[in-house]
Design a protein around this ligand. Structure first.
Ligand code: ZN
Ligand code: ZN
Length: 166
C-alpha cells in the first residue's frame, strides 16, 4: 500500500487512518517467513511542522528453532511512531521508504520494521538444549545416548570396528 506523504504534508488538515494487509509472503526475511499477510493499522496526523505517523503491525511469524529445528510460530504485535517534517521527504537520508514522488511504501515499511522487531536467531525455548550430537534427536525429548566420558563422542562406525577387532 502507498501513502502520499508529500501531499499529506502539504495539504492535510485532518488525520488520515487506514487498515491494510501487507502481503509479505514472498519477502526474504532471512531467518523467518510470514505465513499470512500482516495486519496493519496506519494513521497520519498533521502537526505544527509536519506529521505524526503511527504504524501498528500484527504478524504471525514462522521459523525454525536455531538449535533443534523445531517449527516455531510466534505472533508479533508492535507499534512504531514517526515524526516527519516537510523537508524530510526530499532528504536523501530520510529513514522511511519513500519514492521520488513523496509516496510512502507502507508494505516496505512493515517489512523493515519486522526485520528490526523479530530477533535474527529464534529458539523454541530459551533453554532449548538442541540436538544430541550422537543420535540427532532432540535432547529435551530424552535419548539414551551416554555422553563419552573423556573424549569426543565415538563415531558409531568406529565402535563397530573396535568390536570386530577385539
Ligand atoms: Zn529448540
Ligand atoms: Zn542421543
Amino acid at each position: 500500500m502507498q501513502f502520499d506523504l508529500q501531499s499529506f504534508l502539504e495539504n492535510a488538515r485532518v488525520p488520515y487512518k487506514a487498515h491494510f494487509l501487507a502481503d509479505l509472503s514472498q519477502a526474504d526475511f532471512g531467518g523467518f517467513s510470514l505465513a499470512a499477510p500482516a495486519e496493519c493499522d496506519f494513521s497520519a496526523t498533521p502537526t505544527a511542522d509536519g506529521a505524526a505517523l503511527l504504524l501498528c503491525v500484527k504478524a504471525k511469524v514462522d521459523a525454525e528453532c536455531a538449535r533443534c529445528l523445531e517449527p516455531i510460530h510466534n505472533e508479533y504485535n508492535f507499534e512504531r511512531e514517526y515524526l516527519v517534517r516537510q523537508r524530510d521527504v526530499k532528504d536523501p537520508d530520510f529513514e522511511l521508504p519513500c519514492h521520488e514522488k513523496g509516496c510512502l511504501d507502507l508494505n516496505e515499511l512493515v517489512f523493515q520494521e519486522l526485520i528490526f522487531e523479530v530477533p535474527p536467531v529464534l529458539l523454541c525455548s530459551a533453554d532449548c538444549q538442541g540436538l544430541c550430537p550422537i543420535c540427532g534427536k532432540k535432547k529435551a525429548a530424552g535419548c539414551s545416548c551416554q555422553p563419552a566420558d573423556n573424549a569426543a563422542p565415538v563415531d558409531a562406525r568406529l565402535s563397530i570396528l573396535k568390536q570386530l577387532l577385539s
